[in-house]
Design a binder for this molecule. Structure first.
Ligand code: SF4
Ligand code: SF4
Length: 375
C-alpha cells in the first residue's frame, strides 16, 4: 500500500477515486485525473492530482504531490485522499498483493504485531465497501482481507463478505484473522452461510501451550478461543490455514507444535511457518521476540517434515533460502508482498535470488547477520 504526503487545495471531504491519465469527454465522475504541470481542474473529475505547486487558487478539488510520486500512480489504481493530506493507493493495479483493511482495531496485542492495533475508524470500512463497488470483477482474481482483526466488525464484516460473494465469487478470498470471533458458534455459522466459493481462513496460532500462546498474543483467553474457532470452522467445513510466526519465545517448540497440529487439526488445508517482519511491536519488543532463523533452521526442517509426512500442506514464509537447511527449501515460498520486498547487497550473484523471498523492506537493518549468497 503506497502512501504519499501532499497538499490539499479546495478539498473539504475525503475522496475515493480511480486514477486516469486520459482526458475523456464522458465518464469523468469518480475519476482522479493525473497530470504533470496542470494549472486548473478539468471539469467533472472528482480530483486533479498534479505536481504543479502554482495551480490556481480557484481550481476545484486539487491534490498536489511531488513529481517523483506521480509516476507511482497507475492507470486504474483506486486512491483515497484524506483530509490529513495523505493519498493512499488502496488498490494498486500493478500489484498482486492488494489487501482490504476494514479496521485497524484488534482484540489481541501480539508481541510481534507489525501493525499495532488502533481505535476503529469507520472510514476504513467505508473505503472497503467503496472499493468493492468500484473494482472491475473480471480483473480481480484474489482478494485479501486483513486488519487489525476484521471479524470484530461483526455485521459490517459480513456485509463485506456478502459484497464479495455478489461481485467476486470467482476470486480467491484470503482472510487473515486471529480466529477468536469464530469461537462464537453462531458467528461461525453466519460466516459460513455467506458461502464464498473459494475462501481460505488464515488463522494465527502461536503455541501448543496455552500460557505461552496467550503471552505472545497479549490476551488471556486467546488460545481457548482460537482453538474453539478452529473447531467451529471445521464443523462448517471451511478451508483453514494455520499461521505460526516464529519468535524467541516459541522457536524451541517447533517440533512439538507440528505434532500438536497434526494430532488435533488434521482437517487444516495448509500450515505456514513464518519469519517475522521487524516493524511495529516487533521492533519495540525486539529483544524479547527476535531470534535469528539460522538458530532454529534444523528444528524448522524437522517440524516441516513432521507435517509433510502427515500429508499436511506445509510452507515456510518470509525466511530466505540461505537461512534454511537445503532440506527445507522445498517448503520455502516467495511470500513477501511485492511492495515491501527487498534484497541485500550480499544477495548479488546468489543463484537462488529469483526464487528467494528476500526480506521485508520494512524490517530495515534488522536482518540476520548470517545472510550469505548461495553459489
Ligand atoms: S498480529 Fe496480533 S495484534 Fe496484530 S493484528 Fe494480528 S492478531 Fe491483532
Ligand atoms: S543471499 Fe539473498 S537471495 Fe540468496 S538466499 Fe540469501 S537472502 Fe536469498
Amino acid at each position: 500500500m503506497k502512501v504519499f504526503k501532499g497538499e490539499l487545495k479546495n478539498i473539504d471531504k475525503n475522496i475515493i477515486a480511480e486514477v486516469t491519465y486520459n482526458k475523456t469527454v464522458f465518464n469523468r465522475r469518480g475519476k482522479a485525473y493525473v497530470g504533470s504541470g496542470i494549472s486548473s481542474s478539468p471539469f467533472g473529475y472528482s480530483v486533479l492530482i498534479t505536481d504543479n505547486k502554482h495551480v490556481s487558487d480557484k481550481a476545484k478539488s486539487v491534490f498536489i504531490i511531488e513529481n517523483k510520486d506521480l509516476a507511482d500512480l497507475n492507470e486504474g489504481d483506486i486512491i483515497h485522499i484524506g483530509n490529513n493530506g495523505l493519498l493512499t493507493t488502496v488498490w494498486d493495479t500493478k500489484s498482486d498483493s492488494n489487501t482490504i483493511f476494514p479496521t485497524a482495531s484488534c482484540d489481541c496485542r501480539c508481541l510481534m504485531c507489525p501493525q499495532p492495533p488502533q481505535k476503529h475508524d469507520d472510514e476504513l470500512y467505508y473505503i472497503a465497501m467503496e472499493l468493492l463497488d468500484r473494482l472491475e470483477p473480471s480483473k480481480i482474481s484474489k482478494i485479501c482481507i486483513s486488519g487489525g482483526e476484521p471479524t470484530l466488525l461483526g455485521e459490517k464484516f459480513l456485509n463485506i463478505l456478502k459484497k464479495i460473494k455478489e461481485r467476486f465469487d470467482h476470486a480467491l478470498v484470503m482472510l487473515l484473522t486471529n480466529g477468536r470471533s469464530f469461537s462464537d458458534f453462531n458467528f461461525a455459522k453466519e460466516f459460513s452461510s455467506v458461502n464464498l466459493s473459494n475462501c481460505l481462513i488464515c488463522i494465527s496460532l502461536h503455541s501448543d501451550i496455552e500460557e505461552l500462546n496467550d503471552e505472545i498474543s497479549g490476551s488471556k483467553s486467546s488460545f481457548q478461543k482460537t482453538i474453539q474457532g478452529l473447531y467451529n470452522l471445521a464443523k462448517f467445513r471451511q478451508k483453514v490455514e494455520i499461521r505460526h510466526v516464529i519468535n524467541k519465545l516459541n522457536y524451541g517448540r517447533l517440533e512439538e507444535f507440528a505434532y500438536f497440529l497434526y494430532r488435533n487439526f488434521p482437517f487444516v488445508y495448509h500450515v505456514a511457518f513464518m519469519g517475522m517482519e521487524i516493524t511495529g511491536y516487533a521492533r519495540s519488543n525486539y529483544d524479547k521476540v527476535w531470534i535469528d532463523p539460522a538458530e532454529y533452521k534444523k528444528q524448522l526442517e524437522n517440524a516441516s517434515k513432521i507435517l509433510h509426512r502427515a500429508f499436511l500442506n506445509t510452507s515456510i514464509y518470509n525466511i530466505p533460502y540461505c537461512l534454511l537447511t537445503p532440506a527445507s527449501w522445498l517448503f520455502a515460498r516467495q511470500s513477501i508482498s511485492d511492495w515491501k520486498n527487498d534484497y541485500l547487497p550480499a544477495c548479488d550473484g546468489c543463484i537462488k535470488i529469483s526464487e528467494c523471498c528476500g526480506f521485508f523492506s520494512t524490517s530495515g537493518k534488522f536482518v540476520s547477520p548470517t545472510v550469505s549468497k548461495i553459489i
